[in-house]
Design a protein around this ligand. Structure first.
Ligand code: COA
Ligand code: AMP
Length: 631
């Protein structure tokens, strides 16, 4: 048996012994009474009775153990022409002081704090400060509009918000503050205080009595120590797209999160303390939470916060410049970033400018990685390029080539095998395992390992309904796929209405709600069509109400503007078309899957339940008009 197989088997045969051993690697204020309590499955609890502080494990512990002068954080911001470094001691001091600021404004253990910030060090400081005092942060990605922010404010009812005057996208300044003000106006819940980081590129007007500037907020504050946090209490809530427009508040339990992320750094990524680890994502996504902020710091690495893009800041050599300048040993990004670089520098010429001698491995996740992209990346980087698969809900990888345990052969198109802790099965609709090589619903046998979501924020019913009901005894990932003859997993598609645009997870149902609210629209559908750069892009289909006389292109322009205003630019909703009818089943269900197959020029079988097959040629013509369906 190889090392991977041995570790994987041990993790499933005796999860309690396995995870208790992993938990020895982090610092506990009080040891757990029980490793695993699964009496109320699916409400699994790990390390029950334990007390632990994530911030202590991320910062103080390393200072105490002699890493005080080592760089904890490098902030590299080509959009502001800044590079700055924070040692573990410096970051610990800033976080402790900001934790004192939060306390000063009344934030207590268990209170929620919304963080709506660009990629600046203060975002990390805020997250870690919340963890320090046992407050629960909920970070909202900056590319979401006021309406989406409002939904998250209403659901998590924060006492305080930390935000910034602006973010910087290449070519434009994103005014965060008006979006925040708009969101608070819409929301029924009103936070008591907003701490605003004023950035010199665009200062914001403050609301008297509610808003306070970041540095002014520090006046008179004193550093706060690390609270004793129950291992089963949340460290954060992170909202993610569901099949409707109402986001799901994924709750991350403190103890399991700390243990699993620390374990993942060596075993999955093969990284040692002291190395520089870089996840080129955004703190607003789970990749940012787990692999910009928590895991690298829990492991005593140097983490990199990059406020820039793979291309255009200034060129397609940007990623290589950062790797070389900061001696990055392991990097993690989405395949989209590689496709963007490949498009501008297909031969990797810009790479030759940089010394990449410290670079050991490149990880990709967030969307399906097509074999071409993986092979191109391998060819130019000449290091292992590893596709791995996971989700906001799981918090850390479900399938990967665990190079810290044993590097398995890489198969392009597959994220390799299940990671220890994850009992992955492929099931048919009767909850029976499919034959090897057949496609089915990828599911995970309960209990889920430490670090996975424990529930949805204040919504146990939706947690059970969304993930645990369809396949009793299993967590439903929402992805369909195959396990091949070598035990390798292949992730094929989502089984729901979620699409993945440039590695960003979006709900087509949410976009349809916006389209349907247009006064001229009778019916609509949104599908995700394959896109060479972004993996998928959303396409809208509109059926107009009888007698609408306005020009179609005006209505299309309206809905494009509305999605940008209500969901945000991140939806990348740029295309819609007016059609006479939508293809449906006889019971009235819109055949989005068939429309998507036509758009992507894939073979499809005519659904037996289709009401009127004659609609499909019209849909094909509409898709061809947008440049899809083989055109
Ligand atoms: N705040 C505000 N707006 C944001 C934003 C943020 N944090 N992030 C993205 N946006 C905006 C973009 O400016 C763009 O706006 P526009 O319509 O005015 O041009 C829009 O949202 C769509 O963004 P995106 O889909 O990212 O497209 P892009 O053309 O700006 O960039 C890539 C394309 C490939 C360079 C970019 O998607 C990328 O770097 N991807 C890397 C993958 C990644 O980070 N994935 C995260 C999960 S791992
Ligand atoms: P998110 O919750 O935003 O991380 O998105 C999770 C979803 O992205 C998964 O359910 C998959 O549909 C998709 N995904 C993430 N990583 C991969 C991967 N390596 N291969 C295929 N799909 C992926």
């Amino acid at each position: 048996m190889g090392a991977y197989e041995d570790v994987y088997k041990r993790s499933l045969d005796d999860p309690e012994t396995f995870w208790a051993a992993a938990a020895e690697d982090v610092v506990w204020q009080k040891r757990w009474d029980q490793v695993l309590d699964n009496d109320r499955e699916p409400f699994t609890r790990w390390f029950v009775g334990g007390k632990i502080n994530t911030c202590h494990n991320a910062l103080d512990r390393h200072v105490e153990e002699g890493r005080g002068d080592q760089a904890a954080l490098i902030y590299d911001s080509p959009v502001t022409d800044t590079v700055s470094t924070f040692s573990y001691s410096e970051l610990r001091d800033q976080v402790a002081l900001f934790a004192g600021v939060l306390r000063k404004y009344g934030v207590e253990y268990g209170d929620r704090v919304i963080v709506y910030m660009p990629m600046v060090p203060e975002a990390l400081v805020t997250m870690l400060a919340c963890a320090r005092i046992g407050a629960i942060h909920s970070v909202v990605f900056g590319g979401f509009a006021a309406n989406e922010l409002a939904k998250r404010i209403e659901d998590s009812t924060p006492r305080l918000v930390v935000s910034s005057s602006c973010g910087i996208e290449p070519g434009r300044i994103v005014d965060y503050k008006p979006l925040l003000d708009g969101a608070i106006d819409i929301s029924k819940h009103k936070p008591e205080t907003c701490i605003i980081l004023q950035r010199p590129m665009q200062e914001a007007a403050l609301v008297e009595g509610r808003d306070v500037e970041w540095s002014v907020a520090h006046d008179g504050a004193s550093p706060a120590g690390c609270a004793e946090v129950d291992a089963t209490d949340p460290v954060y809530i992170l909202y993610t797209s569901g099949t409707t427009g109402v986001p799901k508040g994924v709750v991350r339990p403190t103890g399991g999160h700390t243990v699993a992320l620390k374990w993942s750094m060596k075993n999955i990524y093969g990284v040692d303390p002291g190395e520089v680890y870089w996840a080129a994502s955004d703190v607003g996504w789970v990749v940012g939470h787990s692999y910009i902020v928590y895991a690298p710091l829990l492991h005593g690495c140097t983490t990199l916060l990059y406020e820039g893009k793979p291309v255009g800041t200034p060129d397609a050599g940007a990623l290589w410049r950062v790797i070389s300048q900061h001696k990055v040993s392991c990097m993690f990004t989405a395949p989209t970033a590689m496709r963007a670089v490949k498009k501008e520098d297909p031969d990797g010429k810009l790479l030759t400018r940089y010394d990449m001698s410290h670079f050991k491995s490149q990880f990709l996740a967030g969307e399906r990685c097509d074999p071409d992209t993986l092979q191109w990346t391998e060819q130019i980087l000449k290091v292992p390029v590893i596709d791995h698969w996971w989700q906001t809900e799981t918090g850390w990888p479900i399938a990967s080539n665990c190079i810290g345990i044993e590097a398995l052969p890489i198969k392009p198109g597959s994220p390799t095998a299940p990671v220890p802790g994850w009992d992955v099965r492929v099931l048919d609709s009767d909850c029976k395992p499919v034959a090897q090589g057949e496609i089915g619903a990828i599911s995970i046998k309960l209990p889920l390992p430490p670090g996975a979501l424990s529930t949805l924020w204040q919504n146990d019913d939706r947690f059970v309904e969304s993930y645990m009901r369809a396949y009793p005894g299993y967590y439903q990932t929402g992805d369909a796929g195959v396990i091949d003859e070598n035990g390798y997993l292949h992730i094929m598609s989502r089984t729901d209405d979620i699409i993945n645009v440039a590695g960003h997870r979006l709900s087509t149902g949410g976009m349809e709600q916006v389209l349907a609210s247009h006064p001229d629209v009778a019916e609509c559908a949104v599908i995700g069509a394959a896109d060479k750069l972004k993996g998928q892009v959303p396409l809208g289909f509109l059926v107009l109400k009888d007698g609408v006389g306005r020009a179609h292109d005006q209505i299309v322009a309206d809905v494009i503007r509305m999605v940008r205003q209500e969901i945000g630019p991140v939806a990348a909703f740029r295309q819609a078309v007016v059609v006479n009818r939508l293809p449906k089943t006889r019971s009235g269900k819109i055949l989005r899957g068939t429309m998507q197959a036509i758009a992507d020029n894939h073979d499809y079988s005519m659904p037996a339940t289709i009401d009127d097959p004659a609609i499909l040629p019209e849909i094909t013509i509409a898709l061809k008009g947008l440049g899809y369906a083989g055109d």
